[in-house]
Design a protein around this ligand. Structure first.
Ligand SMILES: NC(=O)c1ccc[n+]([C@@H]2O[C@H](COP(=O)([O-])OP(=O)(O)OC[C@H]3O[C@@H](n4cnc5c(N)ncnc54)[C@H](O)[C@@H]3O)[C@@H](O)[C@H]2O)c1
Length: 256
């Protein structure tokens, strides 16, 4: 039996990709979930399941984060953990990408996560084993060319998770970051199309393939659950080996 059974979670960016896969995984584990994303239409898929409550709103607003926590309490009576996962990409070279892009990427990928943590923490103190997981990225451990705003935002959110973890560790609340490598979701649709001809994953991922959203969801489910009760302040790569590879030599997958 999963140790998530009977627990209550909230997930942002729940309409698609890693967020949706995590909602599905947590419900399969026996948890109840508040699913947050920009529009009610995009969350329509949750409607037939009474273990999921949808909250439509922009996570960059304090109101949405408060509504997320309130929905957990009103619908399910408590909140054991949040997965602060909503994120946007921002491509462009440092001198060419507009500063407005920098601001919006930071707003969603960093500031909104801070709002989510601040909204959730008072409720997490009321339960045993409260947990927060944020979505970092391999781009926040190293850096990817042409993604400077995104790289900066993901490095920031990883260290924000570690900082928050240190602040609340003595209260028994854990905060961790999951760091996806290239994962097959809506965010990477163009990359996936290019990869059909370029075969990039074979060259850069030691496991020579894309990650699946369900593989991220499995890691998040573990980090939220009491099964990881002594794990806090880590940035866990779920990346098929990408961050371990210096890139100085071709991957074995590309040589065979
Ligand atoms: N897919 C990858 O390869 C990859 C790699 C590393 C990190 N990530 C991170 O994983 C997280 C999830 O992305 P994904 O790959 O599942 O992409 P996705 O585009 O499929 O899902 C992201 C979701 O976040 C929602 N969202 C965006 N801005 C929002 C806002 N302001 N308020 C509420 N919801 C908002 C979107 O509507 C969307 O449903 C992101 O933080 C992303 O940066 C993804």
């Amino acid at each position: 039996m999963s140790s998530n059974k009977g627990r209550v979670y909230a997930v942002t960016g729940a309409a698609s990709g890693i967020g949706r896969a995590t909602v599905e995984r947590l419900v399969d584990d026996g948890a109840s979930v508040v699913a947050v994303d920009l529009s009610a239409e995009a969350l329509q898929w949750t409607a037939s399941d009474d273990r999921i409550v949808a909250v439509a709103g922009d996570v960059t607003s304090e109101e949405t984060n408060k509504a997320m926590v309130a929905a957990a309490i009103e619908s399910f009576g408590s909140l054991h953990g949040v997965f602060l996962n909503a994120g946007i990409a921002g491509a462009g070279l440092i001198e060419r990408a507009p500063m407005e892009m920098f601001d919006s990427v930071m707003d969603v990928n960093v500031r909104a996560v801070a709002l989510g943590m601040r909204a959730a923490l008072p409720r997490l103190r009321e339960v045993d084993g409260g947990a927060i997981v944020v979505t970092g990225s391999t781009s926040g451990i190293g850096a990817d060319p042409g993604l400077w705003t995104y790289n900066a935002s993901k490095a920031a959110v990883i260290n924000m998770a570690k900082s928050a973890a240190l602040d609340v560790a003595h209260e028994g609340i854990r905060v961790n970051a999951v760091c996806p490598g290239p994962t097959r979701t809506g965010m990477t649709t163009e990359m996936q199309e290019r990869d059909e001809t370029a075969n990039t994953m074979k060259n850069v991922v030691p496991m020579a393939r894309w990650g699946e959203a369900s593989e991220l969801a499995a890691a998040v489910s573990f980090l939220l659950s009491p099964d990881s009760s002594f794990i806090t302040a880590v940035a866990l790569p779920v990346d098929g080996g990408v961050t371990a590879n210096t890139g100085q030599f071709p991957t074995y997958g590309s040589r065979i």
